[in-house]
Ligand binder design. Structure first.
Ligand SMILES: [Zn+2]
Length: 59
């Protein structure tokens, strides 16, 4: 089953969507995006990791 994450579901006003086969791949795409598009630091990412993982859906 593939995984999908919508950036908007994490709480950003953002249309970005990530698709991958594994949760880890989604997390790496989302972390890269959050750093470059939302200016999140590594500690911000760690603080929100639970919320981000919780927003990942099976598709
Ligand atoms: Zn975003």
């Amino acid at each position: 089953m593939a995984k999908q994450l919508n950036c908007g579901d994490v709480g950003f006003d953002c249309q970005a969507q990530f698709n991958a086969d594994t949760e880890e791949e989604i997390m790496s795409q989302a972390a890269e995006h959050a750093r470059s598009e939302h200016g999140m630091s590594e500690s911000d990412l760690q603080a929100h990791e639970g919320a981000i993982r919780g927003a990942i859906k099976d598709v």
